[in-house]
Design a binder for this molecule. Structure first.
Ligand SMILES: NC(=O)c1ccc[n+]([C@@H]2O[C@H](COP(=O)([O-])OP(=O)(O)OC[C@H]3O[C@@H](n4cnc5c(N)ncnc54)[C@H](OP(=O)(O)O)[C@@H]3O)[C@@H](O)[C@H]2O)c1
Length: 247
């Protein structure tokens, strides 16, 4: 699959789509693109001020009014994910899409030196949080005729590479979570589950790993939005349990 997809303007009309990491980078790009194609997006992220900026951009685009639900995946209790799902249930009743973009890198380090506190934090934010949030949202996704869950992965979660530590291990976990969930949901035939490796993008996370790199040589996160939209809309029907690469 590639970004070579031109979504119809009303592709996501009447869709409610939750996007994590919606305040920055890829999550912001996917949220704005989904809204521009008719979706009501629920912006989930860590920094309320960033989510408010994206809210304002979506309103200025003339797209459907979004919702903001801040949640810091580092330290949030299971109950807070349930409360978030409860708010969506009361306000919207169902979800047609769940897009996981939030992630942290923190640092590159040899396993020799990797400290346990950072290891636990990265696994919590990048793997455990997507698990809990997906679990909490499954009843909302089942309440829809068709729904799509997209996990954002990385090539580093498919082939291990030195120094990427807990970030890479969490992405391996994301690939496993996607496959297990896709297999479990297969017989229901309602919820599609896939993982996308978006390739190198001009974002904060990439800059943390490659501070000396010329950002001008990288693709903007907006370039990957069409592939996400394809999976979210009707043209994604039949795509299920796939590890997709946009490189
Ligand atoms: N950029 C690349 O080259 C690349 C390549 C392959 C895969 N990816 C994947 O693409 C996805 C998006 O990354 P990106 O490049 O767009 O990075 P980014 O610009 O750094 O955005 C990461 C997002 O995650 C949010 N986040 C971080 N920690 C959080 C926490 N504790 N609780 C809730 N939200 C948190 C951030 O919120 P704040 O804005 O509040 O910090 C931000 O919105 C990630 O899954 C990443 O692994 C990226």
């Amino acid at each position: 699959m590639s970004n070579d997809y031109t979504p119809p303007r009303d592709l996501l009309k009447d869709h409610r789509i939750l996007v994590t990491g919606a305040g920055d980078g890829l999550g912001r790009a996917v949220a704005r693109a989904a809204a521009a194609h008719g979706a009501t997006v629920i912006l989930v992220g860590r920094t309320p001020a960033k989510l408010e900026q994206v809210y304002d951009q979506i309103e200025a685009d003339g797209s459907p009014q979004p919702a903001i639900l801040p949640l810091n995946f580092d330290g949030a209790a299971e109950q807070e994910y349930q409360e978030l799902a409860g708010i969506i249930d009361r306000e919207f009743g169902s979800l047609q899409g769940l897009v996981h973009c939030a992630a942290q890198l923190k640092l590159l380090s040899r396993i020799d030196d990797y400290d346990l506190e950072t290891w636990n934090k990265i696994l919590q934010v990048n793997l455990t949080a997507p698990f809990i949030l997906t679990q909490a949202c499954l009843p909302l996704l089942r309440a829809s005729d068709q729904a799509s869950v997209i996990f954002t992965s990385d090539a580093l979660g498919r082939i291990g590479k030195a120094y990427w530590g807990a970030y890479a291990v969490a992405k391996f976990g994301i690939e496993g979570l996607m496959q297990v969930l896709a297999d479990e949901l297969e017989s229901e035939g309602k919820i599609r589950v896939n993982a996308i490796d978006p390739g190198p993008l001009r974002t904060k996370l990439r800059n943390t790993a490659y501070p000396g790199e010329d950002p001008g040589l990288l693709s903007a996160p907006e370039s990957t939005a069409p592939a996400y939209l394809r999976l979210l809309g009707g043209d994604g029907k039949g795509i299920h349990g796939q590890s997709i690469s946009l490189r």
